[in-house]
Design a protein around this ligand. Structure first.
Ligand code: ADP
Length: 464
């Protein structure tokens, strides 16, 4: 291992899978220049042609689904079944935006005099830089690259240092599919170094970022001097409300699906479970029965449900939150069992359920990013809504009820960008994903997801 390389670790056992070269600052600046130079011809290419190249990219990914999933599990630790699912999910963004490329419409506005015409058209913003996290190495990339390329932007990405191999593979497949090399590029170095180079560059016109709120804020500040467009998909702290008339079995099932995906390391996973006091005994009993069945282990084993945490810092944060809750009076229903080795560099936390949690505990105030369920009981719906809205985050929220009036009331009052009503898995390429408050700026997915890559250009024609 040298200062010039990035070691990629398998979180399942701490072994080094591979080392990749760090790109030098000069090389990164050269690549930015190339991406900028490639913009004119890519933007000029007709949208149908760009769409067909995106489809070919998606097809190549499909052909190599198993290989990509394996790389993803090796570098991220997520289970192989989740990786296979993520490859399809990642492709769904490419397919969706291949279609949207053809639907970037302008409009004609009626003028206020006979000799004038007013036309509005949409133009790609230019070279786009993306910075992505380790928890969804494929989907976070395609969710940004596909709308950017569809809009006619060129694209340069810095993946997370933990999981660059998936991204490198996807970029290679894009080139194999016929997308020019300068149109989609990957650079590797530390986040800070690349972030500074990206934000200083006048040639990069937009930054799109998924990651932590503090880094997102830094990127926004540093983008001000060059007035870059920014899209930010940042931290969450999702509440999940179970109302007294909910279908309890279904709510339990969806809580588990939402919470333990990627070992709880997703920005939209349920983080605070608020259950009506009339049903909390039944809900918690059924929940714990199922949580105890979850199998913890290496994600490469097909029967694993919950894989390792990504690294020691992530592990320490989760372990601290559990200790802090227990020290302050929370009741342990299951879990709080660790299988970790700092020397060997692997870290597992067994699915943990805590009851009688309250707002004073750290677990209720900050994102957990681990397989822990803190439960709080409530009596009045407004109390549950107030707790839900009480943090600076506003990414995802969930609620379970079979009463449409209760549902309408909760929906009207939750301050979150993504809401699942009787649904623990709301993400989809065709729907707008993103947060309110300090959880972000902008939306990815859906018809909304291509807009941030477009400028509006207005033409007024006179003297007709
Ligand atoms: P996490 O805690 O999930 O790793 P981060 O926000 O630290 O979240 O990381 C998400 C991405 O942001 C990664 O690609 C990381 O390399 C990058 N990153 C980290 N620090 C900075 C920074 N100062 N500027 C730009 N990117 C950064």
């Amino acid at each position: 291992m040298t200062d010039h390389t990035i070691p990629i670790k398998n979180p399942a056992n701490g072994s080094i899978i591979k080392e990749i070269e760090k790109d030098t600052p000069e090389k990164i600046r050269d690549q930015i220049e190339q991406g900028h130079n490639a913009f004119k011809s890519w933007a000029r290419m007709d949208a149908h042609h760009r769409a067909s190249l995106l489809y070919q990219w998606s097809e190549r990914i499909h052909e190599q689904k198993n290989e990509i999933a394996e790389v993803m599990t090796l570098e991220s630790g997520k289970t192989i079944n989740e990786s296979l699912g993520e490859v399809d999910y990642a492709r769904s963004y490419i397919d969706w935006y291949a279609e949207e490329a053809k639907r970037v419409y302008g409009r004609r506005i009626p003028a206020n005099s006979e000799d004038k015409r007013i036309l509005v058209s949409k133009k790609p913003v230019g070279l786009v830089a993306a910075i992505t996290p380790w928890n969804f190495p494929a989907a976070m990339m395609t969710r940004k690259a596909a709308p950017a390329l569809a809009a006619g932007c060129t694209f340069i990405i810095k993946p997370a240092e933990e999981t660059p191999l998936t991204t490198i593979k996807l970029v290679q497949l894009a080139h194999d599919a016929g997308i020019p090399e300068d149109v989609i590029q990957c650079v590797n170095h530390s986040g800070k170094l690349v972030g500074d180079i990206f934000t200083e560059s006048k040639q990069i016109r937009k930054i799109t970022f998924t990651g932590s709120t503090p880094v997102g804020k830094t990127l926004i500040k540093n983008s001000a001097d060059t007035m870059k467009r920014v899209s930010m998909e940042l931290g969450g702290h999702a509440p999940l409300i179970v109302a007294k008339d909910a279908d309890i079995d279904f709510a339990v099932n969806q809580t588990i699906a939402s919470k333990f995906r990627n070992a709880g390391q997703t920005c939209i996973c349920a983080n605070r479970i608020l259950v009506h006091e009339n049903i909390i005994e039944e809900y918690s009993r059924k929940l714990v029965e199922q949580v105890k069945q979850l199998k913890v282990g290496n994600g490469m084993n097909e029967d694993t449900d919950v894989g390792p945490l990504i690294n020691e810092a992530g592990f320490n944060k989760v372990a601290f939150q559990i200790d802090n809750a227990l020290d302050n009076g929370a009741e342990l229903l299951c879990g709080n069992k660790y299988d970790s080795d700092s020397d060997k560099n692997y870290f597992y936390i067994h699915p943990t359920v805590l009851k009688n949690v309250d707002q004073s505990m750290r677990i209720m105030q900050e994102e957990t990013f681990g397989p822990v369920i803190p439960m709080v009981s409530f009596n009045d719906l407004d109390e549950a809504i107030d707790i839900s809205n009480s943090t600076p985050f506003g990414l995802a929220a969930y609620f379970f009820t079979n009463d449409y009036r209760t549902a309408t009331y909760i929906h009207d009052n939750l301050e979150f960008g993504i809401i699942g009503w009787n649904d623990g898995a709301p993400s989809a390429a065709h729907a707008p994903f993103g947060g309110m408050k300090e959880s972000g700026i902008g939306r990815e997915g859906g018809t909304e997801g291509i807009e941030p890559y477009l400028e509006t250009k207005y033409l007024s024609i006179g003297n007709l």
